[in-house]
Design a protein around this ligand. Sequence first.
Ligand code: SAH
Ligand code: SF4
Length: 382
Amino acid sequence: MTSVGTLSKADQSRVNLLGLTLPQMEQFFLDIGEKRFRAQQMLKWIHHAGVIDINEMTNLGKVLREKLQDLCVVQPPEIVTQEDSVDGTRKWAIRVGGGGLVEAVLIPEANRATLCVSSQVGCGLDCSFCSTGKQGFQRDLSAAEIIGQLWLAVKSYDGFQAGDKRVVTNVVMMGMGEPLLNFDNVVSSMELMMEDLAYGISKRKVTLSTSGVVPALDKLAGVSEVSLAVSLHAANNALRDELMPINRRYPIEMLLDSARNYINAQRDSKRVVTVEYTLIAGINDQVEHARELAELLQDFPCKINLIPFNTFNGSEYRRPSGNAVSRFWQVLIDAGYNVTVRTTRGDDINAACGQLVGQVVDKTRRSERHRLATETLIGKTG
Ligand code: SAH
Ligand code: SF4
């Protein structure tokens, strides 16, 4: 594989074609005095064939290839570590420009494979139950760094052998970061996920999850048709204020209105919002919380996804017992909701929801300690 190391100084001044949508790619070729159809060829090389060395793009002609090498790069982010769970889940720690680390997780199942993608390094929204939130915000990922996670996953999964067939069937923007706070780059990369000349994933199978950045969600309704998941986690504002500081700005009623408008703006009428509800023992997992949730969501077009809290270092929250989860679930079922409980995958490699990056940081610190210890040792013996 061609080196995918961090960009050298010379590369930094060149456009990275990896993150360009079809219209952006067409504009790029027109701007450099080339034909529009070159954009389609370039997208297929990158996203169907997995080729990032411009020299290998044989149908572009030698003169054009040389010109492109002066002007642009096709540069995925760099994999730092890859871990495989006994259940088939695969997790990557990925280094992005500026030294930040993010994680992506691929979850293969019988008839599908879902990739969980990050949108920011860290997150500034500080939800009390989230390990990414504890990191604080570091920076937005570029569109190339977001779509690059899908590129790397397909590369790792089958080396792009399947061409334009779908290897990754579903993408969820549920990794690190709040996708709606990195609006343009997230929208561009989701377009590429759905673009037939790239990954061709259906709009229903690309899901954006948000904690509720209402103005950005209102804006999304006009520009995107992806599926929507809303992180609710509490059915009253007092509790949600405590768990998710963003609720103080955009309370539950505003969020549900905005989510409803998003669904109503879609052309196909059968779509619903996925309401995510992380169950935390003794905090929001009691039967009365379930009843309150059932009441709140009456007439709201949704299905409910319960996520038993995933623990991480430094958090005092606990996961509820299986019984508590069942009791909560039963109340919602009895009220007529479509409810699923998210099974935890990749537990042995800390790849579950909300566990991302805290662990990477731990590990980086550990390996840094290891390196220092090793150097000290070498220093002593050498
Ligand atoms: N920022 C977006 C998307 C990333 S978080 C959002 O908040 O929706 C993806 C999902 O994981 C969210 O529903 C989030 O609330 C949930 N989550 C975060 N930390 C968790 C934890 N420790 N255990 C279980 N779910 C968690
Ligand atoms: Fe950010 Fe989502 Fe974590 Fe909240 S749950 S801190 S919005 S990543």
